[in-house]
Write a protein that binds this ligand. Sequence first.
Ligand SMILES: O=C(O)c1ccc(O)c(O)c1
Ligand SMILES: [Mg+2]
Length: 618
Amino acid sequence: MRTSIATVCLSGTLEEKMRAAASAGFDGIEVFEPDLVVSPSSPEQLRELAAELGLSLDMYQPFRDGVEVAPETFPDSLRRLRAKCELMNRLGTTVLLVCSNVATGVLDDDQAIAEQLRTAGDVADEYGIDLAYEALAWGAHVNDWRHAHRIVELADHPRVGTCLDSFHIFSRGDTVAGVEKCDPDKIFFVQLADAPLLQQDVLSWSRHHRVFPGEGDFDLVDLLGRLHECGYAGPVSLEIFNDSFRQADVYRTAVDGLRSLRWLEDQTADAVRDAGGEPEREPLVLTDLPAPQTPDDWDFVELRTRELGRVTRLLHQLGFSLAGHHRSKDSVQAWTQGPVRIVVSEDPGATVQPTRLAALGFQVADPDLAAYRAERLLARAVDRAQQPDETVLHGVLAPDGTELFFGPHGNHGVPPWLGEFGADQDDAASGALITGVDHVNLAQPWQHYDEAVLFLTSLLNLHPTSSQEVAGPSGLVRSQVMRSEGNTVRIPLNVAPMAAEQGAFTGAAYPEHVALACSDVVAVARRARRRGLAFLPVPRNYYEDLVARFDLDPEFVAELESHGLLYDRDEHGEFLHFYTATLGEVFVEVVERRGGYEGFGAPNAPVRLAAQYREFGG
Ligand SMILES: O=C(O)c1ccc(O)c(O)c1
Ligand SMILES: [Mg+2]
């Protein structure tokens, strides 16, 4: 599959956008006219730069309000068209995107529109240029792809074809049924954009909220599968108008974009095969990736700290014991309790945060395959020193800087690397109150949020659930849970409010947390209090509200209060939990799920955010 990206997706100058697209590995780009108009490079220089970078210039766009116009203004459209064709000849681009008319359109007769397109096709033919007609969702008369395609068929000109853009199709609630039956020679270009489902006017939705495939709610696999079936031969191009992308690092966005296409291609190849088709069929060969290695369990959580004493005291208070020091890295310790392993690495030079969540380890069926898939999805590998006889753990860097490691299944759940800490593995299971890692919450800078969702979806096969918003003193915190099929690995992603990033939150900008599961949270809390744990304080008002909200026995609520526990309930069961005070950038939560409670205590998150805000002196 030939991949392309519209320059409107990326930040910076046209030249920077081109370099980033090439460096990520795209085959080509769509040149967005406003990027060219403001560039000091001549079309010839841009053509040369593209050749140097190995990029094809797949399309020039947009040509606005050129057709569907009053007969007396059509000659002016043709004058503009000639100017653009001349420019495109200098650039070396052969496809021009012609948008359906949004402003000046007065023709509402398909035959008359087809005639204008045919005349435009004759002009374009003089320059060897193809016109790809695109129905904008807010087009005055032509706003759905079937209509645009019908007019293209009526025009019946070899230089006139259709441009399909997934956003304009799905945003109108339309489907792509029938794409598979189109004449592939009449589909000149394909643009892909995903988007979250929003209740908003379609123009603002399109201009601000498009995202890369896999980051929104549209069924792009369906579209790509049908294009494959129809025999479409051209590039598949990303066209994303997005406010964050316009500000983000251009290289990073380009990599995120290509990752989205590789993932979509893989998903579509699987879907085509499941339907009994052949993904390798020319011309749109759908290359698939090695099968995703869904994490079957947590392997470890790693905390990096310059305050070793504070971290190990916290672990002891929560019931962990030291399994040992790593045999070749003395600054690294393993702490265990039941099936939970926490690696603590001392980093005396840590400057930004004294303690942070540095890495997450997952147990997968085939770690080598997981690493290979990650590489194909353009993830950056983590380089860690290790001795020849030590377990190889493949790691990749997540968008927020957390390192993710793929480890093998353990022997009776105990991973081979634990032996390098001299741990007596039989100790681990006896008398542990903690029974597992319930979830790990990662905080995302707002501009990397969508990238993080796609990263965890494509690399770890985690699935996003619908997002929620939680009110905190410095803003609304968006939260979305990424979970594995079997629900063993759950990673809620939080977007820190802007105020946090700007330092209004004087402590941790993005506190993250590890939530430990247990079957008796009162016992864990009691032991922790005896050992001197600093709990995150919960105000009296909260408990009074609990009684009112849930009609709970005041004695039960008094018991919750005496242990510093919070409470929630859903139709499946109950949730009791507590939070520790924050160390650097991390805190720990201990949770007990009674019955089949499915949530994460979201109604209690504002209590936590407010307490943490006070903890850091607001
Ligand atoms: O928002 C627009 O104007 C616009 C322009 C060109 C496109 O291909 C498109 O999908 C939207
Ligand atoms: Mg488009």
